[in-house]
Design a protein around this ligand. Structure first.
Ligand SMILES: C[S@@+](CC[C@H](N)C(=O)[O-])C[C@H]1O[C@@H](n2cnc3c(N)ncnc32)[C@H](O)[C@@H]1O
Length: 289
């Protein structure tokens, strides 16, 4: 990951200021896209995405065998996933082609600017991944993306991902997984929420946001938090099994991790139930000769 937070700070401010114009009302993503990058800066354990080591390992495996892999990033709330991919590919000699798809222009424009700043190359699409079409790719990465879809839509999502993959291509996922459908997520206590919002306020102070912006940042964070707690049904073990059966994708590996310690989580960190875990999943489209 980039050690220098300067470009991330500038891009976080860009999204905070421009999401109001760029986000589409129908997607109801404006609060989220305004504040997600600022929340990432406020994360006490740094801006790395949870599970970045898993994704780096998988990218290393990919570039060991493929001289010019096509890598599709599916959904990017901010620059976190693209930064991770660029850092993961930096030391390989592969000439990877990166494609980033998000249905909202805010993160897409933000990521375009990241590439300009880092002198990196990628193709960007403002498009719905459920019907996105393009040249086949060798790997698809998604992070905390499944929570944005109902179970029925997730079936369509995996079917389209499978269609976009080259034979032997892989899907790499880091996502919350629950053992039961319909579990209740653990809301933070008032004190916990307050302390998380205080961390966000500190970032706002450091960036010298005016009082109106500070208030709208905190209000948006509270709305995001309560929206998440009533969000789409969680992805479950059972659903993963069904998806593997219905798409013909092969489950290559599944590892489960306890959610990080509360103190290490940023102001908008994903809520989990008591039993919820973060799953690292590798699925492969098997070659049929
Ligand atoms: C990748 S995820 C969440 C990222 C994550 N929480 C993190 O830690 O970076 C959220 C993104 O998915 C995008 N999204 C939601 N539904 C989509 C769809 N049908 N097609 C493409 N992008 C979509 C949203 O616009 C948002 O930017």
């Amino acid at each position: 990951m980039p050690n220098d937070l300067e470009p991330l700070t500038e891009l976080a401010v860009y999204s905070f200021q421009n999401a109001l114009q760029l986000c589409v009302e129908e997607h109801a993503c404006c609060d989220y896209h305004r504040i997600w990058s600022l929340a990432r800066l406020a994360n006490p354990i740094g801006p790395n995405l949870a599970g970045w080591q898993f994704l780096h390992r998988q990218l290393a495996i990919l570039t060991d065998t493929q001289p010019s892999p096509r890598v599709l990033i599916s959904g990017a709330a901010d620059t976190g996933l693209l930064s991770l991919v660029l850092a993961g590919l930096k030391d390989s000699h592969a000439n990877a082609q990166i494609i980033l798809v998000d249905r909202c222009a805010t993160p897409v424009r933000q990521n375009e600017q990241l590439c300009e700043k880092l002198n990196a190359d990628a193709q960007f699409y403002v498009a719905d991944i459920l019907n996105f079409d393009g040249e086949p790719v060798d790997v698809i990465l998604a992070h905390s993306f499944l929570n944005f879809f109902d179970p029925a839509e997730r079936g369509d999502l995996f079917a389209n991902w499978a269609r976009l993959l080259n034979p032997n291509g892989k899907i790499l996922l880091s996502n919350r997984i629950e053992q039961q459908p319909g579990v209740k997520l653990d809301p933070p206590s008032c004190a916990d929420l307050e302390s998380r919002l205080n961390v966000l306020k500190k970032v706002a102070n450091t960036l010298e946001l005016n009082d109106v912006d500070q208030k709208s940042l905190i209000d948006a964070a509270k709305r995001c938090r309560s929206k998440e707690l009533t969000s789409k049904p969680a992805f479950t073990d059972l659903e993963l099994g069904e998806i593997v059966r219905s798409t013909g994708l092969q489950l290559q590996s599944l590892s489960l991790h306890e959610q990080s310690a509360r103190k290490g989580k940023g102001p908008l960190a994903t809520a989990y139930s008591d039993q919820g875990k973060r799953a690292e999943i590798v699925q492969q489209r098997v070659r049929v000769d």
